[in-house]
Design a protein. Structure first.
Length: 243
C-alpha cells in the first residue's frame, strides 16, 4: 500500500482534483453497498435485486418495485460521513473541481459539496411519468399508496434514478467525462470498477495520477499511482487535516 504522505503531497500540489465515487463512499453512513457479503445483492427475495430495480420490473410490477425500493434503497436518515465532509472541504479550499458519483443518496450535497455530478440520478428527485410534475423524497416516503401518485394528474411518480435497462443521461455523462479529462488528480473511492459505462470513465483521466481507495482489489490497481485499502473517510480526513 502507498504511503499516506504521498497522497498529502499530491493533494497539496493539485488544483483540479476529481473524486469518482461508488457505493463504498456511503457505507460509513450505514448505507449498504451492492456487492459485499452483506450488500444489496446478497439479500434473498422472490426476485433478484437487479430484476426488482430494472425498468421492465418497474413497468410491470410497480407496487413490488416501490415496496423493495422504499425498504432497501432509501435511507432518509443517513448522514454524511467523514469522506463527504473532507471532499466538501477540499472543494472549499479550491482543490477539488468536481465529485462524480455513482451514488443516489445526495450525501455529498448535504455535506456541502456544490459541484456534484450524479451519474445515476438522485432519490431526492422524483417526477410524474405523465405530466412531469416534480416531487421530493418526502412525498414518496409519505405516500398513502405504496406507489406514489401525482396530485395533479394521478400519474405514477417515479424516482429520477437510472434503473437497470436504462442508459445514462448523455449530458451528465459529457459533464463527467469533461471533468475527469481535465483533472490533474483523479481519486477513485469505494467502487469495484466493474459496472459499465461508469467504470470505463476513469480512462479519460489524462495526467496519470490516479489514486485508488478501495478495500477490495480492482482490475485498475496496477495502473494507479497510489493505492489504499482503508476507510475512505478516515484517510481523506487525515489528508485534509495536513494541508
Amino acid at each position: 500500500m502507498s504511503n499516506e504522505r504521498e497522497l498529502v503531497e499530491l493533494v497539496r500540489t493539485a488544483n483540479k482534483i476529481v473524486y469518482f465515487g461508488g457505493a463504498g463512499t456511503s457505507t460509513e453512513s450505514n448505507i449498504p453497498d451492492f456487492r459485499s457479503q452483506d450488500g444489496l445483492y446478497s439479500l434473498k427475495y422472490k426476485y433478484p435485486p437487479e430484476t426488482m430495480l430494472s425498468r421492465s420490473f418497474f413497468d410491470t410490477h410497480t407496487d413490488d418495485f416501490f415496496e423493495f425500493y422504499k425498504d432497501k434503497v432509501l435511507y432518509p436518515d443517513a448522514k454524511p460521513n467523514k469522506a463527504h465532509y473532507a471532499l466538501a472541504e477540499l472543494e472549499g479550499l479550491g482543490k477539488l473541481s468536481a465529485v462524480v458519483t455513482q451514488n443516489i443518496d445526495g450525501l455529498h450535497q448535504l455535506a456541502g459539496s456544490k459541484h456534484v455530478i450524479e451519474l445515476h440520478g438522485s432519490v431526492h428527485k422524483n417526477y410524474c411519468r405523465d405530466c412531469g410534475a416534480s416531487y421530493d423524497l418526502g412525498f414518496v416516503l409519505t405516500s398513502v399508496e405504496n406507489t406514489p401518485k401525482c396530485t395533479a394528474c394521478g400519474g405514477v411518480v417515479r424516482p429520477d434514478v437510472v434503473l437497470y435497462e436504462e442508459g445514462l443521461d448523455q449530458k451528465i455523462m459529457t459533464r463527467a467525462l469533461e471533468a475527469i479529462s481535465e483533472s490533474d488528480v483523479l481519486i477513485v473511492g469505494g467502487t469495484s470498477l466493474v459496472v459499465y459505462p461508469a467504470a470505463g470513465m476513469i480512462r479519460y483521466h489524462q495526467n496519470g495520477q490516479v489514486v485508488l481507495i478501495n478495500k477490495s482489489q480492482t482490475k485498475y490497481d496496477d495502473k494507479a499511482l497510489l493505492k489504499y485499502d482503508e476507510s475512505i473517510g478516515d484517510l481523506l480526513d487525515r489528508v485534509v487535516g495536513q494541508l
